[in-house]
Ligand binder design. Structure first.
Ligand code: AHR
Length: 522
């Protein structure tokens, strides 16, 4: 893990506390102070449901074992989908799932995954595992229907053909013709509704090693033949940049322009500069603040990509989809290195909450994000092992933040201690991160994260109006390294939070170190 060189955390925190007019107490159990002043009159953008989107790739046990066990499995299932995972996903109200990859998408030939004869293939993208193709188009689109979510299909541009992708669109969405007939023969008469279509994935890398100029030409050809049938309307997404590759965005905006509805961005809170990403469950304060600084570093990256988009699309029609993001640690010991199976602690939860706080600010341009990934891969919501299943701390962040869906984002001034200064690609880390939103009925939802590893913070929220009452819940755990294991699956989770008071226009409470609280107005 690449680390910035810091003085010890206590010194940095103490320095910043002094500089910010805090209490200057350098003892580990100091109490910081913070104010959040919300401006409900400036509420503007709606936070789309898809901000809380998921990504499920044919990677390790992300699909097989994690979601799909087949009808004959001893693991309780409904038509092959494991019941415990279905229930957990339903509870999460998943709005959209991106599938089948990732890198796998540009290697996937959809006709292998339909009908009775499904050839086995080697998943050369991920661990060389043999893929039996028993989870294919029907299984994915039916899952989306069962969950009531939008499908986001990632098409093969890297090793496929224009015709192959055009035929897939016909197979999924057309009312008549040979592909619709084949679909009916395979058990599905009615076309599905498919809203989002990705034209390739990471086309600069595992999706074909293309230059942006070459990809822009490919996109134009592929997208032209992916057409709308019946009442279906495709929202076409170009394979966008990773991290700091602003040139990729510039060339695509100039070369594809209004032929696309969206462009993607991938950003992981990790380093790819060293062979090790660090351990998911074993890290120190320096590692922790490095990770939070890196995850908050997505904000300037988003701003720069948006600034380029603004130049070519001032009307704001083309959307930015952060369709891969999250933490990336070394795999758990004894697991296949190509399967990206990692544990998930309170650190991951803090990353998720603070990243949402950033996404919410840019929903004029960002209409979807997809954390990598939904089950058993990278920063997952759910982990499974044989017939066991657990919900990760990140799952609980998604659940808590659901209250903001469909609400209008409310700008706020947040003042809290600076814990770590921006350096290189790491952003400033303040103690408090927050989102406020307001529902159509005028009710507030306020999420507050205390990023500080050791110190609780006294928070005052200036609500701008009196007469408000709230319910609240908290996600916290004594140790930042706490996680849910198969032996102790309910160690970390949300509980009701009642240690707050509302006096006139002020909401006040003490938020424990490394915790997340969400208030919902009654
Ligand atoms: O999410 C894991 C992989 O990361 C995806 O397959 C790829 O798109 C990215 O590099």
């Amino acid at each position: 893990m690449k680390r910035i060189i810091l003085a010890s955390f206590a010194v940095v925190a103490g320095l910043m506390l002094t500089a910010c007019g805090g209490n200057g107490d350098q003892s580990p159990a100091a109490t910081g102070t913070a104010t959040i002043t919300i401006h409900q009159d400036q509420a503007a953008n709606i936070i789309p449901d898809e901000i809380y989107g998921q990504f499920a790739e044919h990677l390790g046990t992300g699909i097989y074992g994690g979601i799909w066990v087949g009808k004959n499995s001893s693991i309780p299932n409904t038509q092959g989908y494991r019941n415990d995972v279905l229930e957990a996903l339903r509870e999460l109200e998943v709005p959209v799932i991106r599938w089948p990859g990732g890198c796998f998408a540009d290697y996937y030939h959809w006709e292998d995954g339909i009908g009775d004869n499904r050839p086995a293939m080697v998943n050369s993208s991920w661990g060389g595992t043999v893929e039996n193709n028993s989870f294919g188009t029907h299984e994915f689109l039916n899952l989306c229907e069962m969950l009531g979510c939008e499908p986001y299909i990632s098409g093969n541009v890297g090793s496929g053909s224009v015709q192959e992708l055009a035929n897939w669109v016909l197979y999924m969405t057309a009312d008549g013709g040979v592909w619709a007939d084949l679909r009916a023969k395979n058990g599905r008469k009615e076309p599905w509704k498919v809203k989002y279509l990705g034209v390739g994935n990471e086309s600069w890398g595992c999706g074909g090693q293309m230059t942006p100029e070459y990809y822009a030409g490919e996109y134009r050809r592929y997208a032209e033949y992916c057409r709308d049938y019946g009442g279906n309307h495709l929202f076409k997404v170009a394979s966008g940049a990773s991290d700091y590759d602003y040139d990729w965005t510039e060339v695509l905006m100039a070369g594809i322009g209004q032929r696309m509805d969206g462009i993607s961005l991938h950003y992981y809170s990790t380093t790819f500069d060293t062979p090790s990403h660090g351990k998911a469950t074993d890290f120190d304060a320096e590692d922790y603040y490095w990770t939070v600084g890196k995850s908050m570093g997505i904000e300037p990256v988003i701003r720069k990509h948006i600034a380029i988009m603004d130049k070519y699309d001032p009307e704001n029609r083309i959307k930015l989809l952060v369709d891969e993001w999250g933490t990336w640690w070394d795999v758990e010991e004894g697991t296949n290195p190509g399967h990206l199976f990692q544990q998930n602690t309170m650190r991951d939860a803090i990353v998720a909450a603070t990243t949402f706080d950033i996404f919410h600010k840019y929903t004029e341009r960002i209409n979807m994000t997809n954390i990598a990934q939904m089950v058993n891969v990278l920063q997952a919501m759910i982990l499974t092992q044989d017939d066991k299943m657990l919900k990760t701390p990140t799952y609980f962040v998604y659940k808590m933040y659901n209250t903001h869906r469909g609400n209008k984002y409310v700008p706020a001034e947040i003042r809290s201690d600076l814990l770590q200064k921006e350096e290189g690609r790491l952003a400033d880390v303040h103690a408090i991160s927050s989102t406020t939103s307001v529902s159509q009925a005028g009710k507030l939802s306020i999420s507050v994260t205390n990023v500080d590893l050791d110190n609780e913070v006294d928070v005052t929220v200036n609500l701008g109006a009196g007469g408000k009452a709230f319910t609240a819940e908290i996600l916290t755990s004594p140790d930042i390294k706490d996680y849910n294991s198969f032996d102790e699956p309910a160690k970390v989770g949300t509980v009701a939070f009642s240690e707050f008071s509302v006096d006139g226009e002020s909401l006040t409470f003490k938020i424990p170190a490394h915790s997340i609280v969400t208030f919902v107005e009654k």
